[in-house]
Design a protein around this ligand. Structure first.
Ligand code: G3H
Length: 538
């Protein structure tokens, strides 16, 4: 049974995690200024509900943020366009060394807000303390690794090449104005994995936080303002169609960096009047399967499948969203999965060792209940005790078995704590699932026989972009490429790939005549250009 006393009274929340006041954000960042908004504010309720003295449970209001209109959004665009100034602005023409100095300044300031941001991550999206801290630290590490990768890229680009009598120097140059939109499940990390490389490569940015996960960026606004030249970074908040539509329709967005659904990505791309001009880097849905082969180490498979399907309540694009298990071991696998799921600790994000927490999305528990009911009405059972029960924003993980192609959960990305398991007789069955799927991000294979695994690797790596052996699916380490096929992604992100995604190679070339050599030598010797230069950063 779901624990109906899961939500605490305020006095039971440890003092250090209580919000001292509501985070009422009225400002937005445009052209180096925090502009005050007098219009409508959006109330932000935490997924953590609070129990009143009379025992009633209510959503907890943690703050508000501005609901800007098209006018303000277009002002942000004008600011980013002016700061880029067709590539002639201070920021795009600045030396890399100087840009790095700005980013380092920002990182120092960002680190000062570590505790505040982590606390807001817990309150705003219900992520556990451990995972919220990991998200913050991983982001700081990502910035540091990006700077190192950039220095490496710069070292390679700082030499001249001579081919067929032509001298050339090839460097990566920015693309223009980048619109960055991150997802609610990693509102800080996944936003910054596009925002930071976009900035450091010399682009100017408009950044819109996701619907859930806005307030945690508020403490960083002054750091953004103080660390970058005016107009280099601008923020917008509000309804997507109201504030994002006009940006795309203007044709002035050069790169769309969006992590969300393929449906919205499709709408945004179509709004651009010259789609051929628009570069896109997209992280979209996935329905990553696991295949558990006969002879697999069941302890390992079960612990990885639980981690893979239920960490952060299954709200990861990389989560295992359907598990195929060979019929010969299905019963035992299900028994151990149910046991493992029952032992997961449920509670509030700051509770020690908590694994299952309340869900931030409005209407999510109802959606998950519909998904479970649909499967049950078509022959699946909720195998674990109390699975699928809900209480306000809390949904008890549901292990569904056996699932089949007639059920919604077979193809829909649940993005929540529902774990569908399907038995298979012949390996052709899960392979056919992968072939017919609209998604192609990752897969996990559990087994011990190298021959069998090898036979699966070759066809599967051409259908997904990462095959994990005896391990759950995941994005990290951030130095590895992160991408997907079909409706799962466009473009590749990793620390070094992201630098390429947000830039284009541009070169200076000259026939190798005495006069040209003289001109180039003088420019280089006298440090006359940031681009045509043999300097590199240590
Ligand atoms: O939501 C998608 C994230 O990129 C997943 O990242 O595998 O590190 O949790 P993760």
């Amino acid at each position: 049974m779901v624990n109906t006393s899961i939500f605490p009274p305020m006095e039971q929340i440890p003092e250090k995690f209580r919000l001292r006041h509501r985070v009422v954000q009225k400002e937005y960042l445009i052209n180096g200024r925090l502009v005050k908004w007098d219009g409508r504010l959006q109330e932000v309720y935490s997924p953590v509900c609070i129990k009143a003295e009379n025992g009633s449970i209510s959503p907890y209001l943690i703050g508000e943020y501005p609901m800007l209109k098209a006018k303000e959004s277009l002002e942000a665009l004008d600011s980013a366009v002016a700061a880029y100034d067709h590539g002639r602005g201070t920021w795009p023409t600045m030396s890399l060394e100087q840009r790095i100095a700005h980013l380092e300044k920002f990182t120092l300031r960002m680190k000062e807000h570590r505790e505040e941001v982590i606390n807001l991550l817990m309150w705003e999206i219900g992520k556990t303390l451990t995972d919220s801290a990991k998200e913050f630290d991983r982001t700081v590490e990502y910035i540091r690794d990006t700077i190192e990768a950039l220095k490496e890229l710069d070292r390679v680009s700082s030499r001249f090449q001579i081919h067929q009598g032509i001298i050339g120097q090839i460097r990566r140059a920015p693309l223009g104005v980048v619109l960055c939109m991150g997802p609610f499940n990693y509102p800080l990390n996944e936003t910054f994995t596009t925002l930071i490389p976009a900035l450091i490569m010399g682009n100017t940015v408009i950044f819109k936080p996701p619907k859930y996960g806005v307030l945690l960026h508020q403490p960083l606004l002054t750091a953004f303002r103080d660390s970058f030249p005016p107009g280099v970074i601008n923020t917008v908040y509000g309804d997507g169609p109201e504030v994002i539509g006009p940006l795309m329709e203007s044709g002035k967005i050069d790169v769309l960096a969006f992590i969300g659904t393929s449906r919205v990505a499709g709408i945004l791309k179509k709004q651009h009047p010259s789609p051929h001009r628009l570069r896109s880097v997209l992280g979209l849905e996935a329905k990553n399967p696991a295949i558990v082969l006969p002879g697999a180490d069941l302890d390992l498979a079960v612990s990885e499948c639980i981690l893979g399907s239920l960490s952060y309540n299954g709200q990861r694009c990389t989560a295992l969203k359907i598990i195929f298990v060979h019929e010969s071991i299905a019963e035992e696998f299900i028994r151990r999965m149910a046991e493992g799921i029952s032992s997961l600790k449920i509670g509030m994000p700051w509770d020690e060792k908590v694994q299952i927490t309340p869900l931030p999305e409005e209407g999510k528990t109802d959606y998950l209940a519909r998904l479970v009911n649909d499967a049950v009405s078509k022959g699946a059972k909720v195998v674990n005790a109390g699975g699928g029960e809900s209480h306000h924003t809390f949904f008890s993980p549901a292990l569904l078995y056996p699932v089949n192609g007639s059920m919604k959960v077979w193809t829909e990305e649940q993005f929540g704590p529902v774990v569908p398991v399907a038995p298979f007789k012949d390996i052709a069955e899960p392979l056919e699932y992968v072939t017919n799927s609209n998604y192609g991000q990752q897969i996990s294979i559990f087994g011990k026989e190298s021959d069998t695994i090898a036979k699966l690797i070759d066809p599967l790596v051409n259908q997904v972009c990462r095959l994990n052996i005896n391990s759950q699916c995941q994005r990290g380490p951030d130095t590895f490429p992160f991408t997907g096929r079909k409706d799962s992604a466009e473009g590749t992100l990793s620390v070094s790939d992201a630098l390429r995604v947000f830039s284009i190679r541009s070169l200076v070339a000259a026939k190798s005549t005495d006069q040209n050599k003289q001109i180039i030598t003088t420019i280089v010797k006298e440090d006359k250009s940031n681009f045509l230069s043999t300097d590199f950063i240590f």
